[in-house]
Design a protein around this ligand. Structure first.
Ligand SMILES: [Zn+2]
Ligand SMILES: [Zn+2]
Length: 128
């Protein structure tokens, strides 16, 4: 697959690659403003949309009030987020893959979610 890379798309991918974090659109825009001073938020938004449509990044609601974006690594991963203390726990793909396979089989639908976020209340928060 050849994906056409504009300088904005390339810079965003590189930023997500090096930060290895879940970043909001404003964080990405801020981090790139030194390098690409003319880059505006709507270009960042369109570039992120393009990159996620092409499976290069994930876009998720992790309970921070705005979507977060992350680079797609070779090994798919998912998360469990405590909705009270907001701690983020990684869910290994081995745990999630059987669930997706079951959905594909029973609902005859190809699952394209590449970064599942499950919300919960962690043990520490449950005790108070
Ligand atoms: Zn993640
Ligand atoms: Zn908690």
């Amino acid at each position: 697959m050849t994906v056409r890379m504009t300088s904005a798309r390339k810079a965003i991918l590189e930023e997500l690659e090096s930060s290895k974090a879940h970043l909001t659109i404003n964080q990405i825009h801020e981090r790139l403003s030194g390098r690409l001073p003319s880059l505006n938020v709507s270009t960042v938004y369109r570039s992120l949309d393009f990159l996620s449509q092409n499976g290069l990044i994930s876009i998720s609601d992790m309970g921070v009030g705005t979507p977060v974006y992350e680079i797609m690594k070779e090994e798919t991963h998912h998360h469990l987020v405590c909705s009270s203390c907001k701690q983020v726990i990684e869910l290994e793909n081995d745990l999630v893959a059987p669930f997706f396979e079951q959905i594909e089989k029973e609902k005859k639908t190809k699952v394209i979610t590449n970064h599942l976020v499950v919300f919960g209340i962690c043990l520490e928060c449950k005790e108070y």
